[in-house]
Design a protein around this ligand. Structure first.
Ligand code: NAD
Ligand code: IPM
Ligand code: MN
Length: 368
């Protein structure tokens, strides 16, 4: 049988820096665990624009559709901020999500014990935290029509449309309930049904999917603004949170600070199962290209490495190996190894991106 295939799209800014460490870990699995992947690489975002004049070449899109998993670094940066909207780096990422139909974006926020002191919140608020945000990823205000900047009554008007069909809500709700069954059996759905019709429909459909298919899962509903507040107040009240594309984007950055740093948060963007039973999938850290630290060797590679751990679990049926990698990261953090973003006010000497990667490989070696 052919080796499982991975397409790496490292992208811009710190994307290639953190992905370099993931590549070493992929090689480690080949050398030490006999898990050999067929790895190819291509361009996305500004890096693709520089070569092709657009942020994702059609051939790259086609390749992404064929592989077992895509690993994405990050896209965007100041160099590209003034490009025409249609060719901005972010459009490349959104095209991948849309055309691969990756409707369910899993954004786990777990607080490693070693970092509980470091969060901007009190230790007992975050210690042991393990929540999963399920963000709808292919619809909502990111894609709804009409959209654009138009002339109206002698001035310009910017328009985006929040739009959800019942089936779009149903499928992401199912994925949240399925996850909850394997975790704490609790789902909290977040919208703004108090002011948005799409929120009313969202709440109604999530409730129906629950009543008809998952009555054994505990379901609650919350307005998303309250949800943001509750995430900071007492995040451990949540198990799985299911929400739309835009609220999910914002709430997951908020959840990042519960874990210590945006540089810690991985994600899996999953679609419907393919013929082999595995979902179509792209794995991407939650953070962006971090222009403020790009090129300085400071970036924390853990979010990207944990995204590969999610690939091991969700695309390659290697849950034990995913746990091995997560434990290796836990060990390195427990040993006090920190990139600059994980430095507290007490200071200390941060390690570089490459040194963090090397420490994780050492811990993987020690796990054998
Ligand atoms: P960002 O996530 O790039 O950075 C926010 C802050 O977090 C910065 O101070 C950055 O230094 C820090 N940070 C992020 N990742 C880090 C890491 N791994 N290690 C250490 N520190 C880290 O968000 P931004 O500054 O709002 O956006 C910058 C660019 O990235 C924009 O062009 C934006 O569109 C793009 N972006 C891309 C993605 C993606 O590709 N998935 C996600 C978010 C933002
Ligand atoms: C994310 C990012 C993206 C989003 C951008 C870069 C398109 O912020 O993945 O969280 O808004 O979805
Ligand atoms: Mn975001």
């Amino acid at each position: 049988m052919a080796n499982p295939s991975i397409l790496i799209l490292a992208g811009d800014g710190i994307g290639p820096e953190v992905m370099a460490e993931v590549k070493k870990i992929i090689s480690w699995y080949g050398d030490k665990r006999g898990l050999v992947f067929d790895v190819s690489e291509d361009l996305v975002g500004g890096a693709a624009y520089d070569v092709h004049g657009k942020p994702l070449a059609d051939e790259t899109m086609a390749r992404a559709q064929e592989v077992d998993a895509v690993l994405l670094g990050a896209v965007g940066g100041p160099k590209y901020d003034n490009l025409d909207f249609s060719v901005k780096p972010e459009r490349g990422l959104l095209r991948l999500r849309k055309e691969m139909d990756l409707f369910s974006n899993l954004r786990p926020a777990q607080c490693f014990d070693a970092l509980a002191d470091f969060s901007s919140l009190k230790k007992d608020v975050v210690a042991g935290l393990d929540i999963m945000i399920v963000r709808e990823l292919t619809s909502g205000v990111y894609f709804g029509m009409p959209r654009g900047i138009f002339e109206e009554n002698g001035e310009r008007v910017g328009i985006n449309t929040q739009r959800y069909t019942e089936s779009e809500i149903e499928r992401v709700a199912r994925s949240a309930f399925e996850l909850a069954k394997r975790r704490g059996n609790k789902v909290c759905s977040m919208e703004k049904a108090n002011v948005m019709e799409s929120g009313i429909l969202w709440r109604e459909v999530v409730q129906r999917v629950h009543d008809e298919e998952y009555p054994e899962v505990e379901l609650s509903h919350m307005y998303a603004d309250n949800g943001a507040m509750q995430l900071v107040r007492w995040p451990k009240q949540f198990d799985v949170i299911v929400t739309d594309n835009l609220f999910g984007d914002i709430l997951s950055d908020c959840a990042a600070m519960l874990t210590g740093s945006l540089g810690m948060l991985p994600s899996a963007s999953l679609g419907a199962p393919m013929e082999n039973g595995r979902p179509k999938a792209m794995y991407e850290p939650v953070h962006g290209s971090a222009p403020d630290i790009a090129g300085q060797g400071k970036a924390n590679p853990i979010a990207c490495i944990l995204s590969f751990a999610m690939a091991l679990r969700y695309s390659f049926d290697q849950g034990d190996e995913a746990t091995r990698l997560e434990k290796a990261i836990e060990k390195v953090l427990a040993d006090g190894v920190r990139t600059a973003d994980l430095m507290g006010p007490e200071g200390g000497t941060p390690v570089s991106t490459v040194e963090m990667g090397a420490k994780i490989i050492e811990a993987l070696d020690a796990s054998l």
